[in-house]
Structures are given as structure tokens and as C-alpha cells.
Design a protein around this ligand. Sequence first.
Ligand code: 0A1
Ligand code: ZN
Length: 848
Amino acid sequence: MTKDSAQPIYLADYTPPAFWVDRVELTFRLHPTATRVLSRVAFRPNPDAPGPFTLHGQDLTLIRATIDGNEVTPTLTDDGLTCPAPDAPFVWEAEVEINPEANKALEGLYMSNGMYCTQCEAEGFRKITYYPDRPDVMAPFIVRIESDLPVLLSNGNPAAAGEGWAEWDDPWPKPAYLFALVAGDLHAHRDSFTTASGKPVDLAIWVRDGDQDKCAFGMAALKASMAWDERVYGREYDLDVFNIVAVDDFNAGAMENKGLNVFNSAAVLASPETATDANFERIESIIAHEYFHNWTGNRITCRDWFQLCLKEGLTVYRDQQFTKDVRSEPVKRIDDVLMLRGAQFREDGGPLAHPVRPESFVEINNFYTATVYDKGAEVIGMLHRLVGDATYARALDLYFDRHDGQACTIEDWLKVFEDVSGRDLTQFKLWYSIAGTPHVKVTDTWADGSYTLTFQQSVPDTPGQTDKPPMVIPIAVGLLDTDGTEVVPTRVLELTEARQNFAFDGLATRPVPSILRGFSAPVILEQTVPAEHKRLLLAHDTDPFNRWEAGRALARQALLAMLTDRAAPDPAYLEALQALLADDSLDPAFRALVLRLPSQQDLTQALFDAGQVPDPLAIHDALTAMETAMATHLQADLTASFDAHQVPGPYRPVAADAGKRALANGALALLTRTDAGARAKVQYSDAANMTQQMAALSALQRIGAASDALEHFHSQWQHERLVLDKWFGLQSSLSLPAEAVATVRRLTEHPDFTWENPNRFRAVFGGFSSNLAGFHDPSGDGYALMADWLIRLDRLNPMTTARMTTAFGTWKQYDADRQALMRDALERIALVPVLSRDTKEMVTRILA
Ligand code: 0A1
Ligand code: ZN
């Protein structure tokens, strides 16, 4: 199990640690290129799992080590060290030297714009000092930081400080992955919170000078999250301080280190001028997510990394519940399902499919996936639906009571639900081990006043898994009559067999079913629904999710007919939209969602599922033609919507205003298809906030008329790095197909393309990989450009590189020529002699 080896490790091989840790003391003498880390760790042999004394360690220079004060000479191994040790409690001391400035992988201790910061999840602590870097070893930490920098932060409560040093004390036992240290010339945006039991907590968001005006929203979101977790889950905060730090160079969104959350600056900083409504909403949910980890992740953590979904699935579920509460429930559900289908279903249907709880991995960083996070959250949602609100609440209380301070497994989690509900969850547990998205086929019959739904379920083969057993699938169903009146309100059917019937008696006429309401399970529903029933559901379903879903199905059907039968845009679809658009009883945010067409990725998948070879250009053209038809046929309605949903007065990032802006900007994007950008240009020049400015710029970019505005935007925002990311991302993601590769190449040559910064790299190449018609240019130039840059980034930052290889994950969906070109690009990456094992694992799995 060496860090450089590509040997998989297996869940089945788990063994408890040979030594427990009772206490950790760390001293950091910070220096950009030669930081000294002194550790003093109290170990105790584990009588239940005797074994040699080994510690993880990577890229460390060992200066000296002692056991109980006596100098020792450990044997250094590929991934750490081993040393003879007493069979009784002892104190290990070590001094190591590390080089934060050279650390561009952004794991362990590194530097970002002159500030020191850490990222230890999953296995970064071993790059800081020798230690049992595994989540089941939990200990209290005392940390001393020595540096001339003015702000010195670590986990827990501040203990003492003086000129050039500070000490922190974290009394809550934690695994090393939750350790954090930050030092820099930082400025605080402060506030406070009093917990339900009356304990005051000092809150601070620490930022670089110049960013102080972008903290207020994040702080409000933090306080709302703290209050929500008390109210809904009965969870209080447990330290005297809660610190958040904004860091520019970060591989992910944010990290839940105990008492010291570290955030990608893009995931916390926002002002009306620099951030869009979507940014504000994302920040709110990430702040909530990291805060909620304090209980689901930190107080109760994971026994091993195979259990990652234990903390991530649950914490995503909790942050989704929070957003539903503080914003709109139906809109959030639709957003989440769009995400799930766009990222997780795609993952589940391709070479990277894996169970919510994987059984093996080479590099754990490659498993921070949509499956672990988002399908993990869906599984909890199903459990909640199956046991009901009251039992769910009792199960969570028991989980916190029973497991506080422990490192747990999915078995522990499910046992709590079994104990509280009396249910046997053996079959339900398959959701954690079976990969792939279940397909549920539904047919219906009507006879003598009895209506019967027949469901058949199957799960496709995925890498290493075939012949899968039936799962427990909660299917929420309601029935409408043909006037659109609901005759049977929502009922949750529990599908447990491969094929199962459910009968509804006592109906006067054959009903129209509304199936999988609220998207009650993460499955692909296969049903033949006549277009008039879809229109009926779109107009009348009491379930907002299925109302939206019906509109979506109509749009998809119309687009597929354009693609496969050269049909014209379906007038019936346009008419249905018209009625909806004008219905002022509907939330504008909901109408904005209904107006949005299925994505290019959606249609690619739909064609592939129908046994056809998707042509990225044809799909792009069909979407453009449909939008043009919408602009033409609905011009008056769109104009009315645009005018009626302007939000006067100062910008407020609240859901109601954001919904209006979303609808007006959705209308704007469509109207721009036929007005040569006239309206968008006016909005661009008049824009008083970033939501309006970006919406106008995007609309112009989508018709290839943004060059003046882009130039203006760059000169206006060249000193705001997060806004500049938008400038890069907008061009790479929305350039017209024929220009996209050249545009991306030009962007990489731009002096502001600071590619070592993950946000900037992702803006360009993440944006490009979402521009399917551009990325899949038939020349293969897009693939080659992406491969060149992934090879370059891998030498510095394996984690971000490996994640971005997923751009190639759908290669099997395309035509033979594109497949060959994508394989070439992947093989070229695979053959790089010094490829990181992160990227190697991803490329190997994608090619398999
Ligand atoms: N636990 C974090 C996710 C995270 C994982 C790895 C990281 O390394 C760069 C960073 C963050 C979360 O779920 O928010
Ligand atoms: Zn998380």
C-alpha cells in the first residue's frame, strides 16, 4: 500500500489500527521553503489488533525521532516509517522539515498568495508529519504556530498567543484529515452567535485585504445554518469560535476542518457587483454543508474512506433540506435532480460507475464523486421517505447519541434505522453496494373500475458487476382524471420485486398517472405517455416536480423529433409553454426552469439510449433552432415576462428576487436569438449587478455577438480574480462550435491564464468540456488540446487533473472517428512516464 503504487486497496481488508492516539501536540515553525514540524504524540497499543508500529509520511525530511525521550532510527518505507515500539503506552516525538512553497498539489501544508494553509482530507496530513493518517484514529490536538505573520489559526479554541506565536486547543477527538492551520496577513469579518443553550460563539470570516466587502452574505448564511441545525436536528455548536478562511488556490469547494473551515474563495466571497444569484445560492449551500459536517463528519466520522458516503451523503442531504427550507422546495428539488442526472447518472452509466460505497480504490481522491455525494444523499432521502418524518427524526437522534465521538460505518448507520423502525433493511442496503442507475419500466391496465400499475425494475451491468438483484424503490404516485383533477393523492408504493403490480380501486374513469412524484428515487423511469397526458400534467399536476418533468419530456420529445425525423419545432409544445409562462400564480423561478430546454448532454444521452449515434453539432443546431422557434412564436409572451420580472431597487440575493431575475434572463436569452442582441446589449450597459451583467453577456456570447462586451468586461474586472474566472469560463463554455477550440487555445495564451490556480484552470477547461459541440469538434483538436493541458497540470496538481479527465468519460457514446480520437488522447495521457497515480487510475478506468 505505497502512495506511488497503483495497487488497489479493498474494503474487505480493513483492520483496526495497531495503536490508538490519546493526545497530539504539534509545533509549526513556519518558513516558506523550510517549515519545521515538531510532533509529540501519545500512543497506546490496541490490544484487539496487535501489530507493528507504522506511521504514514510522504515528502517529509525526518530530522530526528524519539520514543519516550530516547533517540530512535526508524526504517523509512515508501509511504512512511516503521519502528520498534513498546508494548505499552509511549510518547513518540519527531521533527520533520517540509517545503510549503514547492507544494503545488495543494495537499498538506502549502502556500497561496503568501498565506499558509492546509488541506488534509483525505490523506494530506501525512505530508505534514509522520502520523497514523487514517480516519479511525481520533485524538485531541494542541497546536503551536510560530511565525511573524499577524494571523495564526488552527482548530479548536484559542489557548494563548504572544508576539510571533499562537496556541490552539481542540478538545474534540478528531482524525488527522480534519486538522487545519492557516497563517497570513488576513482581515476578519466578525460576528457572533448564541447557541440554544446560551453559549456565545465568536464567528469570523478571514480574507485578503480588499475582500472584506464580500463576506456579509457568507456570514449571514453561517448564522442561518447554525440556527437551522439547532431547530431541525437539535445540534448545537461545540467550540467558542468558528473560523472560515477564504483561499484562492484550492482543489475543491471547501473543507470542514474542526472549527476552522477552509473555503475556496469562490465558494464564500460574494458581493452584488461580483457574484451572480447562482453564486450566492451556491455559497449559502456550501457554507451550510461545511457547517453541518461539524456533527455529520466531525463528531461522528468515518471508520475508513470506503465509508465516505456516511458523512458526505448525509451532509448533502442536510444541506439540501436547508436550502429547501430557506428557499423554494420544488425549485431546489428540480435543481438537485438536474445535477443528479447531469453528473451522477452520467457517471453511473459509463466506465466510472461505482457503488455509493465503493469496494476498492487506488486513490481515494478519485472517489469524491457525484455518486458518493449526490446518489449518497438520494439514498438517505429514500430512507427518510420509507420510514416517515417522525421515525427519521428518532433515528437521527439515536445516531448522534449512540455514535458521538466514533468513527462509523454504513452498517452502524443502517442499524440505527432498523432499531428505531423495526424494519429489516437488508434489501435496502443494496443501494450502497450496487452500482448503476436502476431502470423502472411502468405499464398500466384499466378494467372494471380498477386501475393497475405494473413496474419492472432492472439495473444495467457496470464495471465488475452483472446480474443485479431487485432493489427497494419508493415510488410516489398520484392519479389525475382527464380534466386534471387529482383523484388519488400521493401514495408511496414500495417496489421490492423485479416485477410488481399495484392496484387502485373505486375510480370512476381511467386516470392519468403521475409517477415518481418529487423524484422519489434515483431511477430512470421508462413509460410511454401520450403527448396529451404530458400536457395535462404540465398544466395540472399538483406535484410541482412532475409538472416540470412533463414539460421536460415534451421538450425532449420535440427535440428528438427534430433530430431524428427532421421535424419542425412542435407547436403544441410551444403552446403549452405559452400558457405556463403567462400563469402568474406560478413561482417565477419555477417558470424559468420550465423554460430551460434539456441540455446538450441530456439529448446526447437520450439519443444514445435510443440506439443512435449522437452528433454534437446536430444537437447544438436543434437546440438553437428550438430556441429560435420559441423566440419567434412566444415573442410577445417572452417580452411581457421580461418586462414584468425586472427587479427594481437595490440588489438583494433573496430567492424571490433571484427567481424573477431568472425568468427575465431566461426570456432575454431566448429573445436574443431573434433580436440580434439588441435587448442584451442594453441590459449589459445598464447592468447594476453581476447577475444582470453575466446574463446579458452570456446571451450575446451564445449568438456570437459578445466581442465588444467581452473586451469591456475584461477591462472592468481585470483586478477581480473571481470575476475574471467568469470571463474565461463564459468564453470556453459558450463559444460557438466552430470557434470553440481556437477560443480556448487563445485563452490559454492570455497573460491572465494563471493555470496553476485550479479555479482558473477549471474555468477554461471545465468550461470547454461542458461545451460539447466545441469540445467534440470532428478534427479532434479539442481532445488534443485538453490532453496537452492535463498532462501539463498533472505534474503539479494530480487531484485537479484526475477530476478533469472525466471530460473523456462518455467516449463510448460517440461515432467511431471521435471514439478513436478520444482514445488517442486518453492513451497519450496514460503513456506519460511520470503520470500521477490519481490520473493514471482515472484514465485506466475510462479506457477499460
Ligand atoms: N469534505 C469536503 C470535500 C473535500 C474533499 C477533498 C478536498 O481536497 C482538496 C477538499 C474538500 C466536503 O465535502 O466539503
Ligand atoms: Zn462534504
